[in-house]
Design a protein around this ligand. Structure first.
Ligand SMILES: N[C@@H](CCC(=O)N[C@@H](CS)C(=O)NCC(=O)O)C(=O)O
Length: 308
């Protein structure tokens, strides 16, 4: 089987979390570069309009959101170091802390301190994804000290854990949860001039940073977005079908559903026919003239799912 196709761009911190995971797992992957801001005309036929980064593709199965991607990578290679000694569910529970706390505070620091420096179009686009509707520059700048206090608290907890149990989150073996911490360190140090000084007091986090950096990003081969679309056309989805959980929210197989990230963001709705639902994953069937039929996988956690 060909290595998974990863749709991303180099500056994306969430994509960096998965690139680090490829490195920890020593995995081979195919790399497709996508634009940093919409339009993304060669990605949308695969994702049904989901515009965020990154996206993983296995034939005609499309995995949106780093949580489903991480889970899928664990299934692909269950003996890989990223998951071997640790409990995969616990890794993903830490992943939720990573996104809801660590990443959301980090992105706020990076965007707020980039205001007036980064292109206005970029700040406007990202503000519509990560800030409350109607946000103002003044409000963001005023709240920065409080955001930094929270970020310091989060890193302090992680640092204490690493001092007692390190060098990695799970002890001697690196795992996905190290990527969960370190993509934020990478983001803060690379995109905020105060980042390196802010992280410096957290000794164990700095040691973890060096160890993770030395593992690299696995082995990648560049392919074009057109090749990725062609791969989808030539394959049929492998995803399971059916409803496999006790509480279904009233959803039925085959029904048209609407999926969007939590929050009042500018993300578009993704609409498709419900193919599969269990406690953690929802999969929809979606068809586009450039791809034929694809199955799009989303995590349940973090998304608003409703019948049309
Ligand atoms: N919950 C998503 C969040 C992804 C996310 O917000 N990614 C950022 C890039 S790091 C993004 O999509 N930015 C807008 C874009 O790339 O168009 C995940 O874990 O994958």
């Amino acid at each position: 089987m060909l290595p998974p196709i990863f749709h991303h761009y180099p500056q994306s911190p969430i994509a960096e979390k998965i690139r680090i995971t490829f490195g920890i797992m020593g995995m081979e992957w195919q790399s497709v570069q996508i634009p940093r801001i919409p339009p993304k005309p060669l990605l949308m036929p695969l994702t049904g309009g989901y515009r965020r980064t990154p996206v993983l593709q296995l034939g005609a199965d499309i995995f949106c959101d780093s949580q489903t991607i991480a889970w899928q990578l664990g299934l692909q290679n269950s003996n890989a170091p990223a998951y071997q000694l640790s409990n995969k569910s616990l890794e993903l529970i830490l992943g939720s802390f990573g996104e809801a706390i660590l990443f959301s505070l980090s992105v706020r620091v990076v965007l707020t301190t980039s205001m007036g420096k980064a292109p206005e179009e970029f700040i406007k686009d990202r503000g519509s994804l990560y800030f409350e509707p109607g946000w103002t520059v003044e409000e963001m700048k005023n709240s920065l000290p409080s955001i930094l206090l929270q970020l310091q608290a989060a890193f302090d907890l992680i640092n204490h854990h690493l001092l007692e149990n390190g060098p990695f989150i799970n002890g001697d073996i690196p795992s996905y949860s190290d990527a969960v911490v370190q993509h934020c360190v990478w983001f803060l140090c690379g995109r905020w001039e105060g980042g390196i000084d802010f992280i410096k007091p957290f000794d164990a986090v700095c040691k973890q940073r060096e160890a993770i950096a030395s593992l690299g990003h696995g082995i990648s081969h560049d392919i074009s977005a057109e090749q990725a679309l062609e791969t989808a056309t030539k394959n049929i989805p492998n995803a399971p079908m059916g409803i496999n959980c006790k509480f279904t929210g009233g959803l039925r197989r085959g029904q048209q559903v609407k999926i969007r990230p939590n929050g009042r963001t500018s993300d578009p709705d993704v609409i498709g026919a419900l193919r599969y639902l269990d406690e953690t994953v929802i999969i929809i069937d979606y068809e586009h003239e450039e791809t034929g039929q694809v199955a799009i996988h989303f995590p349940v956690l973090g998304y608003q799912i409703s019948a049309l």
